[in-house]
Write a protein that binds this ligand. Structure first.
Ligand code: FA5
Length: 358
């Protein structure tokens, strides 16, 4: 094909394009303020109808030798412009990313929003603390039913029908059934002794029910942990040693406790253990009914009649038992002045025990 453009004409056109670019055209690429503006520049300098593209297109109108000589020169000019464009494009894109990051930035130092979560009730943690100590003292775990018969709740424990001790346990009887809601966990002593042979060393935790006047230290539904040890030559000194070890582990050495003589038909001798009132330090207040002491547990040496009632030989075996009030211990451990606080499920009260979850 015959050339339609002369070498001179093309070179003059090239010189115009190059000096135009050098005289400032290219600089506007480097100073484009946004990706949109840069795209406008790209169309202007590299688009299909830009002077540079037309110049390159016009190469084909030169003779072959001229094309070979001048083509690389024009391509190099285009590459230089493209490079400037790519450079600015990368700069603007980085800046846009940075701005987006800044806009969506997360302040990692802000306090987190914690999802609400379940927590262990203070009575549960108290029960576990009590059970843990006895487990370490070699006791194993036993349980029994809430609905009991009179034999396990009363008669096998040496509380016959007409015994005045039945009055102190205001009992809920189940209508139409020969059953009642157990008034204490001593029922589990009888069940455990019926189920196995001596020796025995158990704790029996659980809920008990009494139809009684509710006040700061008394509830109609509460929890006890029963303990029973029967072996050979076990007596009151062993009972006192076990309870003192337990109380010291649970409450620390500084909590003042006292053993006071008491009466239970199923133990002889019997005792009750009180803690110095933790709210008034013994001065007297509504929580301790102005006595200065709060009763934590009842205990005693197992009455030989109870052993006989389950067929164990009282000449050979002896033991002790105790029944701890879990709510009373929880009140002492957590400084709760009213037992009712444990049951009303006020979250403001319950949230105080968050840290108790290990
Ligand atoms: C008894 O229930 C005996 N079974 C305990 C026992 C077991 C004695 C083995 C000897 C041998 P008492 O009724 O005192 O005992 O209750 C024991 C403990 O339960 C009390 O010391 C007290 O801490 C707690 N308690 C009693 N009544 C209530 C109540 N209404 N509300 C909360 N705690 C109570």
């Amino acid at each position: 094909m015959e050339p339609t453009t002369t070498r001179d004409a093309w070179q003059q056109a090239y010189a115009r394009v190059e000096s135009g670019l050098r005289a400032g055209g290219v600089d506007v690429i480097a100073t484009a303020a946004s990706l949109e503006e840069l795209e406008g520049r790209r169309v202007e300098f590299l688009g299909r109808s830009s002077a540079l593209t037309l110049l390159l297109k016009d190469l084909k109108n030169l003779g072959l030798d001229d094309r070979r000589e001048l083509g690389p020169q024009a391509q190099a000019l285009k590459a230089a412009v493209e490079q400037k464009f790519a450079l600015r494009h990368a700069e603007l894109e980085n800046a846009a990313d940075g701005a987006a990051l800044q806009k969506d930035a997360v302040d990692l130092t802000l306090p987190s929003l914690r999802p609400p979560r379940g927590r262990l009730h203070p009575l549960t943690t108290t029960l576990s603390a009590i059970a843990d100590i006895f487990q370490r003292m070699g006791y194993s775990w036993a349980e029994g039913p809430f609905a009991e018969d009179e034999r396990h709740n009363f008669s096998a424990l040496n509380i016959p029908d007409d015994h005045p001790a039945r009055d102190s346990h205001d009992t809920f009887y189940l209508t139409g059934l020969p059953l009642l809601l157990r008034t204490h966990t001593s029922t589990v002593q009888i069940r455990a002794m019926e189920a196995q042979q001596p020796p025995i060393r158990i704790v029996c935790p659980g809920r008990v029910f009494r139809h009684e006047q509710i006040d700061a230290t008394h509830s109609a539904v509460f929890h006890q942990v029963e303990g029973l040890v029967v072996d050979q030559n076990v007596g009151f000194a062993d009972l006192k040693g076990h309870l003192q070890t337990f109380l010291e582990s649970l409450l620390g050495k500084d909590t003042k406790t006292r053993f006071r003589p008491s009466y239970f038909p199923f133990t002889e001798p019997s005792t009750e253990v009180d803690a110095k009132c933790f709210f008034c330090s013994g001065a007297g207040c509504p929580s301790c009914k102005h006595t200065g002491w709060i009763e934590l547990l009842g205990a005693g040496v197992v009455n030989p009649k109870v052993l006989s009632n389950v067929g164990w030989d009282p000449e050979k075996w002896s033991g002790f038992a105790f029944g701890i009030g879990v709510e009373r211990v929880a009140m002492l451990l957590h400084g709760v002045p009213d037992i009712r606080d444990f049951y009303i499920n006020d979250l403001r009260f319950l949230r105080q025990f968050d840290e108790d979850i290990a």
